[in-house]
Design a binder for this molecule. Structure first.
Ligand SMILES: *Cc1c(COP(=O)(O)O)cnc(C)c1O
Length: 359
């Protein structure tokens, strides 16, 4: 029997979550975001569960080619575009769309002679990460149109804080800025909304929405749970107890004895650690499920193992099943306890964890 650390991928939940996106944005086309190996869930089975989406977005060229080779005919958008002139022949060959976020990319296009590519012009409306400034945008789109360096043009931006409850003003400011900059080009389709904006700001839906995290069943918000948003968890990370220890008063657990007992207690050692993607910074009291009953992490997470409290857990012992996150224990709750987000936990799932996908 192999090591019991497993990630169960519920593809029906993925398909369900796509239907929730449709419900929120019925007029828009959906570009399902599949970057980072589908947020750690596995590219090809995720794409299959999301085949009713209207397009796929990611940024790894090899993954994009893999989708085409698997037969998907959807638009596939490279979210960081291309990095060298040499890639453009490949983009054209595989009919991959590209974000243009920098004037240098227009120069690369010009040098490449591969012009039969769908382009998404990304405008920096205040996040100050990727995107053309207004002046650069006018210049870039002017050149592209004049020289016919494109197959289709879509206009695009990204919100910095659609997930934050008190940031409505900044979201609407970015939206208004986008509309002002693109005023002369309203005949082109546009794309603005990530998961948070899809749910909270219908006014941003436009022609293409770009959901990521909500497809995978986690909440983009800290003040609303996934269940409240009718999203179902897709990944369940599970393992088993591979050892137990009966401790006396004052015994110390794990590296540096970070947890110390106040009374005699029984603990379990779970075959899951930070090399599997469990966050090393998760502190004592981070929730876990043992035999489907809530318990807690104890002490420092090791590379391959972690310790849990067996106090009051019925029939807990060797081989008891443990859920680290997923069905019955939201990844958001674990992330919050560890001082991070579900995004980071999901996409940090280690390749050594066996993934089992089922419908
Ligand atoms: C990752 C990404 C998204 C998806 O964001 P979520 O918050 O996961 O919905 C959308 N657009 C772009 C450009 C992205 O890089």
């Amino acid at each position: 029997m192999p090591r019991p650390t497993q990630a169960f991928i519920d593809l029906a939940a993925l398909t369900h979550n796509l239907s929730i996106v449709r419900k929120h944005a019925p007029q828009s086309r959906i570009m399902a975001i599949l970057k980072a190996n589908a947020y750690g869930h596995g590219l090809l089975h995720s794409a299959n569960a999301l085949k009713n989406a209207d397009g796929f977005g990611l940024l790894e060229l090899d993954a994009a080619i893999c989708l085409r080779d698997a037969g998907y005919q959807h638009p596939i958008l490279l979210l960081e575009g291309f990095f060298s002139t040499a890639e453009l022949a490949i983009l054209e060959q595989y009919r991959l769309s590209a974000v243009i976020h920098h004037a240098e990319q227009v120069a690369m296009l010009s040098a490449s002679k591969h012009y039969n590519i769908d382009l998404f012009l990304k405008i920096n409306t205040g996040m100050n990460r990727l995107g053309l400034a207004p002046q650069q945008f006018s210049q870039a789109i002017g050149t592209l149109i004049e020289k016919q360096y494109y197959k289709n043009i879509t206009l695009m931006t990204h919100f910095a804080s659609a997930d934050e409850p008190d940031e409505e003003k900044n979201v609407l400011r970015q939206l208004q800025y986008f509309e002002a900059i693109t005023k002369e080009y309203r005949h082109y389709p546009s794309s603005l909304a990530n998961s948070a904006a899809i749910i909270r700001y219908p006014v941003t839906h436009a022609d293409w929405v770009r959901p990521g995290i909500m497809l995978y069943g986690a909440s983009p918000f800290t003040d609303k749970t996934a269940a409240e948003l009718d999203l179902q968890p897709v990944m369940t990370l599970s393992s088993r107890i591979i050892a137990t220890q009966d401790l006396g008063i004052g015994d110390r657990v794990g590296y540096h004895g970070l947890f110390q007992t106040a009374e005699p207690m029984r603990i379990g050692i779970v075959a899951c650690g930070y090399a599997d993607g469990y966050p090393r910074h998760a502190p004592t009291n981070t929730p876990v499920l043992i035999n489907n009953q809530r318990s807690r992490l104890l002490g420092r997470v090791s590379m391959d193992m972690l310790a849990v409290d067996l106090t009051g857990i019925e029939n807990a012992g060797l081989n008891s099943p443990v859920t680290l996150w997923g069905k019955g224990l939201g990844v958001d709750e674990v992330a919050q306890s560890a001082g991070t987000t579900s995004y980071e936990l999901l996409c940090a799932l280690s390749p050594r964890v066996e993934k089992t996908a089922s419908l």
